[in-house]
Write a protein that binds this ligand. Structure first.
Ligand code: SAH
Length: 252
């Protein structure tokens, strides 16, 4: 049997947000490759499936391992949180293919999509992505802080709703405050700001605040931050979290 490689999105966390197609790709694999905590999310690993757990930072090594296994005839699933194409493993696999052995290009490689954190976070508060939006990763492991600021500035000037991935981590505790300070100079302090932690899981925590009040200490590595456009607004509800939405029409 010829080998194959599927990069599978596990969604934001809860089992019922894994697509049936992703579950099928996992069930059909002989080998499961990925970051340990993502592999731990797979509810059923059969005895004949081999698990290759690795650290979070070694994405290219992991991609090469997966490609080598597929080349040797295995059916490999590389797992990724959320969607594998959003700040995740699918791009690492294609980078390895581009730079690696020519034979890897002939492998049956597929991407099995998943629900990305931005959508789970948005759904948990209403419809903040109802107007034009963009997504920016705040991690400067793979790009410079100057690039991040240039993109934040462009997004603010274009009045996009901004979804911030990799908003905070232990290794980068100050960047989110730096990003908030930077954006406060470009956008109104009253701009709606949402912190969604573990969105799309049974223990989601969502807070709604303003850009003026936003503090990095409210975020960790499982938090997605949404910063509204000038038309993003709240619908207040007594004793409950307000709905957050961005109207689709410029004029409403
Ligand atoms: N491929 C993933 C994103 C990987 S980057 C996806 O499509 O969702 C990792 C970042 O995603 C985290 O630092 C956090 O900002 C965000 N994230 C992942 N899962 C999340 C969740 N359940 N709730 C909120 N943010 C999450």
């Amino acid at each position: 049997m010829s080998g194959a490689l599927t990069i599978v999105g596990l969604g934001p966390g809860s089992a019922d947000l894994i697509t049936p197609a992703a579950s099928r790709a996992l069930a059909e694999a002989t080998d499961l490759v990925g970051y340990g905590p993502y592999l731990d999310r797979i509810s059923e690993i059969r005895p004949n499936q081999t698990v290759h757990a690795s650290d979070n930072r070694v994405e290219l090594d992991r991609a090469r391992l997966a490609l080598s296994l597929a080349r040797s005839g295995r059916r490999v699933a590389v797992v990724s949180g959320g969607d594998p194409g959003v700040f995740a493993m699918a791009a690492a696999v294609f980078e390895a293919v581009e730079k690696g052995e020519p034979a890897w290009r002939d492998l049956d490689i597929r991407v099995e999509l998943g629900v990305t954190a931005m959508l789970a976070a948005a759904a948990s508060v209403g419809a903040p992505l109802g107007g034009d939006f963009c997504a920016i990763s705040l991690s400067d492991n793979l790009k410079s802080w100057a690039t991040i600021e240039r993109r934040l500035k462009a997004a603010a000037e274009a009045d996009f709703v901004i979804a911030l991935y990799n908003a905070a981590s232990k290794a980068r505790p100050h960047q989110l405050d730096r990003a908030f300070d930077f954006l406060r100079n470009l956008k109104g302090g009253e701009t709606v700001t949402v912190f969604a932690r573990a969105a799309g899981t049974g223990h989601a925590e969502v807070t709604v605040t303003t850009l003026a009040e936003a503090k990095a200490s409210a975020a960790d590595m499982r938090t997605l931050v949404i910063i509204g456009s000038s038309s993003t607004r709240l619908i207040d509800r007594a004793g409950r979290l307000p709905f957050v939405y961005t109207p689709r029409s410029e004029n409403s």
